[in-house]
Design a protein around this ligand. Structure first.
Ligand code: KIV
Ligand code: NA
Length: 270
């Protein structure tokens, strides 16, 4: 198997093959997900909640992201894994200036990430361009952006009104124009995600609670294994239920995403 790369993801996109992504926070789960055929691994700042027991992702530090990214990268290296590794820039690590964002991105790249992810639209476009021009692939993240949960007033669907949809669409275009090659859409109406996916030919939409019209899907690893400290989000499916092993659950997830049977649009129309 050849390593997953941006050209490979573009090829998949053009061939109509769905892109699969799961979060990974440590070496062993990263290696198992890779073996199960998951193309992209996200070292998400959701690790703040999943691994550290924090109330939100706001308290996650760059050092912590570096530690987990190193662990994931080492796990993949051990098994000669091919997955594309995306690491989250945590809250406060890219907000100050483009230069600060580049320094933080470099720390994650040096830890083994192939791409960094940052949340939000508008002001972030300039930062994305600065990073991409300097050789850092960037994944953007719109819709429900957990780092701004306190400003948004909770974890709920975004882009429901015409005006909110319009803003989201404009921001998505700006981010693609700035050079973002991947875009996570979290808790966005299925129809809007579907339309955005068609509008963005070079920026691959990865949905979570955003219907099945996106170029790919992502879930938090522990959620899809049926392990959660709090209330399980409505859009999550427990793939462990009918699987005999973690690897089996991940394989079922990959198969369901590729076949277009996860998510079920009817359940996630919002
Ligand atoms: O941190 C994370 O797990 C994420 C995904 C939910 C997209 O950002
Ligand atoms: Na995140």
């Amino acid at each position: 198997r050849r390593p997953v790369s941006l050209p490979r993801l573009q090829q998949m996109r053009e061939a109509g093959e769905k892109i699969t992504m799961l979060t990974a926070y440590d070496a062993t789960f990263a290696a198992v997900a890779d073996a199960a055929g998951v193309e992209c691994l996200l070292v998400g700042d959701s690790l703040g909640m999943v691994c550290q027991g924090l109330p939100s992702t706001v308290g996650v530090s760059l050092d912590t992201m570096v530690y987990h990214t190193e662990s994931v990268a080492r796990g993949l290296h051990r098994v000669q894994g091919t997955a594309w590794v995306v690491a989250d820039l945590p809250f406060g690590s890219y907000h100050e200036s483009k230069e600060q964002a580049l320094r933080s991105a470099c720390a994650l790249m040096q830890a083994g990430a192939h791409m960094v992810k940052l949340e939000g639209g508008g002001w972030t476009a300039e930062t994305v361009r600065f990073l991409v021009d300097r050789g850092v692939p960037v994944c953007a993240h719109l819709g429900l952006t957990p780092q701004t949960v306190h400003a948004l007033g909770g974890y709920r669907v975004q882009g429901k009104t015409d005006q909110a949809a319009q803003t989201l669409r404009r921001q998505a275009r700006e981010l693609q124009d700035a050079g973002a090659t991947m875009l996570v859409l979290e808790m966005v109406p299925a129809q809007l995600s579907h339309e955005l996916t068609h509008e963005l030919a070079h920026c691959h939409t990865i949905g979570i609670g955003a219907g099945n019209g996106t170029a790919g899907q992502v879930l938090v690893l522990h959620d899809m294994l049926g392990m959660n400290l709090g209330k399980m989000a409505k859009f999550v499916r427990n793939f462990m239920q009918d699987a005999g092993s973690v690897r089996g659950a991940m394989e079922a997830y990959v198969q369901a995403v590729k076949a277009g049977t996860f998510p079920d649009n009817a359940l996630h129309a919002w």
